[in-house]
Design a protein. Structure first.
Ligand code: GCV
Length: 643
């Protein structure tokens, strides 16, 4: 039984979240509308606008694009294909829900990138790696298992923001999920594909590089071995026989204890190409992740610098990949930290297809206990320069250099999908930015708030403001100025300044009593040389390096004067005090909404703020005490710092 009467279960365009007024007629012109028709009619009938609506396919439109136009007392929604039509209906519903009058509508839209992808890090036992919203929506008891209605609602949520591919299992493939390539596993995959297909969403399967041994009975997974090539060909044929419209496979190799080509003395292209060739007869894509680094580093060795790993591994083999390989590159060279520069690999390879990878789930950004608007950070990511003429937004917006936007999802079987109700915004934002990279975080935030809470100023304005502030507030009480990684080890919530400092993972701040940071300029690890010359020069020079990430590139003394005139140390103290005060401010704002928004929404978010406040205080006190103890220098304002 659907629970869509409950606020927490609902999200932006779910039927039931849309107010009914009067009824309208919906006409579908031509049989080829039928695929999306049921969903379109359902949505429009729920909305019930005061005019008729006609739906049609217009092949002259861009394939997934659409147009919406009112004329002669009828809103005509046309899509370039059935998915385009569906996106047109969602676009129409969103505009009306946001207060536009159907009779004035005249707009068209098309996606910037062809592949708009959500990766699930869901395990066969129903747990979700870095998941903060309950159990998996897709897996139960060792196999694909789900609540059918819920999964359909989920498909609608994703399609309503233009997502068109999802991977169904964790990139850290374990024996249970490796079975997806077997006849047994495929039975379930067929059913899941049927649920997502009407919403224009294709499935991706995460596969383990060692599958030839794990499930193929071979003694090696060496990609140069002929038997291994045969294994992959047979596996691909079997999967495509069951799910002919599968988008492809996704591989995490040579990373965090997952086997890869390196183990057999090969470069990444040799490993990827054997699988890619097996997918070619079926038009399948191979997403190959670039998160390749040595996670067994010696912290004493200052010559190795983890952020250099992806570029060092992949740039030299640009052009060597099969045409159906897409390299999936995390947006930053570290790992979805609160502040880091963009990966120098993005856009650098001229002859290799690329995807940018984001995290919607809040692994390092408050784990859906703390409010965090990723869209603000993604806008900053898109605004970073690629060279003197272009930004990352241009690489994505052209749909050429970066052909796919991928993100690790933040949903689970919690009633409100995301654990923190306000984290729904992040999933919404990801879809919107993948569709149109030129959208601002503010525009997207306003859309989501108005779709979710309505547009009454006394509700709309404070919620938008809080969400817009949330990323910088979180950053204030987190690791300072792009230093990264001061988190508790393994689970990554809360502060532990030296948690990773003497470990193998390559994530060091190297703080001593005088200074902090790793010199990544040409005088240090020379990481800066991986950027295009214009950008390299910006980061190389302390004067031009953006201050908010200065500690990513430079090692600085605590008494270094920042542009504000404050010392580095005083900046650290101030921001950590401010972060807590701002969270206290969020709580006051939220409390002013009591009675104005549904109780369930009010109560659940209010409870999250208690957790956030505790976290912010913990960060403030641990970070400030750490630096006070290192330096012995007191806060200029004499505030309480624990000794
Ligand atoms: C799926 C980080 C996370 C891991 C994750 C990995 C990845 O290291 O902590 O949980 O593994 O990134 O992106 O593969």
């Amino acid at each position: 039984m659907k629970k869509d009467a409950s606020f927490s279960y609902r999200a932006w365009l779910q039927p039931g979240n849309i107010e009914k007024t009067t009824s309208s007629n919906v006409f579908a012109e031509g049989d080829n509308c039928s695929f999306a028709q049921e969903e379109c009619i359902l949505g429009i009938a729920e909305l019930a606008v005061d005019c008729d609506v006609s739906l049609c396919i217009d092949e002259k439109l861009p394939a997934e694009g659409y147009s919406v136009k009112f004329s002669e007392n009828c809103v005509k929604i046309s899509g370039g294909c059935t998915s385009g039509l569906l996106y047109g209906v969602y676009g129409f519903l969103a505009r009306v829900r946001m207060g536009e009058c159907p009779t004035t509508l005249d707009f068209s839209s098309k996606p910037a990138v062809a592949m708009r992808v959500i990766n699930h890090w869901d395990n066969g036992d129903g747990s979700v790696e870095r998941g903060y919203a309950g159990k998996s929506l897709l897996w139960k008891d060792g196999k694909l298992g789900y609540d059918l209605d819920r999964l359909k609602d989920y498909a609608r949520l994703l399609a309503s923001v233009g997502i068109n591919q999802i991977s169904v299992n964790n990139v850290n493939v374990r024996p249970l999920t490796a079975k997806l390539l077997t006849d047994e596993g495929l039975k379930d995959l067929v059913i899941v594909a049927e649920i997502f297909r009407p919403f224009g969403i294709k499935l991706i399967v995460g596969v383990h590089f060692d599958s030839p041994c794990w499930i193929g009975g071979l003694k090696t997974s060496d990609p140069a071995d002929e038997k291994v090539a045969v294994f992959w060909k047979e596996a691909a044929a079997r999967v495509y026989n069951a799910v002919p419209d599968l988008a492809g496979f996704l591989v995490k190799a040579d990373s965090e204890f997952n086997l890869g080509p390196l183990a057999f003395g090969h470069t990444q292209d040799i490993g990827a190409n054997v699988i890619a060739k097996a997918l070619q007869p079926f038009g399948g894509i191979l997403y190959w992740r670039c998160f390749v680094y040595n996670c067994l580093q010696d912290w004493r060795d200052t010559t190795i610098d983890r952020p250099k790993a992806a570029y060092d591994t992949f740039f030299p083999i640009d052009g060597k990949f099969e045409p159906n390989v897409i390299l999936q590159i995390k947006h930053g060279p570290s790992d979805f930290q609160v502040r880091e520069p963009n990966s120098p690999l993005l856009g650098a390879m001229k002859n290799t297809r690329q995807a940018i990878e984001f995290q919607v789930t809040q692994e390092y950004t408050g784990q859906q206990k703390d409010m965090y608007n990723w869209a603000v950070q993604w806008e900053e990511v898109f605004s970073q320069p690629f060279n003197e003429n272009r930004t990352t937004r241009d690489l994505v917006g052209s749909g050429k250099e970066v052909e796919a936007v991928v993100a690790v999802n933040n949903t689970g079987d919690d009633d409100n999908w995301c654990g923190h109700l306000l984290s729904q915004l992040n999933l919404y934002a990801l879809g919107r930015l993948a569709w149109d990279a030129s959208l601002t975080a503010e525009a997207i935030t306003k859309e989501w708030v108005s779709l979710t809470f309505g547009k009454k100023a006394e509700i709309f304005e404070p919620i938008v403001k809080m969400l817009m502030d949330s990323r910088h507030t979180y950053e204030k009480y987190n690791a300072p100025l792009g230093i990264c990684w001061m988190v508790c080890i393994h689970h990554h919530y809360g502060p532990s300044v030296d948690g990773y400092e003497y470990m193998k993972w390559g994530t060091y701040h190297r703080a001593d009593t005088k200074a902090i940071g790793v010199d990544r300029t040409s005088k240090g690890t020379n990481y800066t040389s991986q950027y295009q010359p214009h950008v390299r020069d910006i980061y190389e020079n302390l004067e031009t390096c953006p201050e908010e990430m200065v500690l990513y590139f430079h090692r600085l003394a605590y008494d270094h004067k920042l542009k504000s005139g404050k010392t580095l140390l005083q900046h650290i103290y101030d921001t950590h005090f401010e972060g807590v005060e701002e969270v206290e401010g969020f709580i006051k704002t939220w409390e002013s909404l009591k009675g104005l928004i549904p109780d369930e929404a009010y109560t659940s978010v209010r409870a999250r703020f208690d957790m956030q406040l505790e976290n912010a205080k913990e960060w403030r006190d641990v970070i400030n005490s750490y630096f006070y103890r290192k330096t012995g220098i007191a806060d200029a304002q004499g505030r309480k710092i624990y000794e």
